[in-house]
Design a protein around this ligand. Structure first.
Ligand code: DC
Length: 232
């Protein structure tokens, strides 16, 4: 069967990463979480103190650092989970990018054209050969407009907030459901209204609303769609 490119886009916290990871494992494909790349750049900006107390970002300084090669985003395979984990300048940062601090700033970073240009180019290089499952917001529309399979995933904001809340609690991190719900709604708004590469369903993407689906039902559906696309 031919090695194809699979683009999984959709709203935040609707389980895209989980399903994309599983699909990649089942197919023996590479998995790339592009949200983790935007989160990693956000972590860099936070650590460098590029946000002031009011949440305003020093874009000029961030651009200078990116242009100067000071913000290297990469992935390493975790030997236990065998899954790729994001690195910032060589340091594995998976455990530092999922909390509310990064989550509440990442949309600002992801709206910057110079950040998107740099990460989009890197993503295109990673996926040039096919055999890849990439999840994000603009994979089927901008990064790989010719992907053989495009899926657009969504679920209600309340369902998504509840899932993220449970995930954080499961990791032993403190969380407030109301704060997470506000964050989910705010990110939906910013992600779909930004000028560059806004979140939208590609015309040829299949829609998957998983509000009422179990993980197993969703995985089965996705694997069937992938097999069909690979056989074409
Ligand atoms: O999937 P996630 O929640 O980890 O994504 C984090 C943020 O990055 C989210 O606000 C949208 C943004 N993002 C993006 O703009 N483009 C992508 N390809 C992936 C994520």
């Amino acid at each position: 069967m031919k090695k194809i490119t699979i683009a999984i886009d959709g709203h935040s916290s609707c389980g895209k990463s989980t399903m994309a990871k599983q699909l990649a494992r089942e197919l023996g494909y590479i998995y790339v979480d592009t949200g983790a790349m935007y989160r990693t750049v956000t972590l860099y900006a936070l650590r460098r103190g590029l946000f002031d107390g009011a949440g305003n970002l020093d874009e000029t300084a961030l651009k200078a650092d990116i242009d100067g090669g000071k913000v290297q985003v990469s992935f390493v395979i975790n030997p236990e989970s065998r899954l790729p984990e994001p690195c910032l300048n060589g340091e594995v940062v998976e455990d530092h990018i999922r909390g509310i601090e990064v989550s509440s700033r990442v949309s600002v970073i992801a709206a910057l054209p110079f950040v998107r240009a740099a990460l989009t180019l890197q993503q295109q290089k990673m996926g040039g050969e096919g055999g890849i499952v990439m999840d994000g917001r603009d994979i089927g529309t901008v990064v790989f407009p010719h992907a053989e399979l495009k899926v657009f995933v969504t679920a209600s904001a309340e369902v998504r907030a509840r899932r993220r809340y449970d995930e954080l609690l499961g990791k032993g991190q403190e969380a407030s459901y109301d704060e997470i719900l506000r964050n989910v709604q705010e990110r939906d708004y910013i992600d779909s209204h930004r000028a560059v590469a806004p979140l939208r369903q590609a015309d040829d993407a299949l829609l998957l609303d998983n509000s009422d689906l179990t993980r197993e039902e969703q995985s089965r559906w996705l694997l069937e769609r992938a097999r069909e696309a690979m056989a074409e």
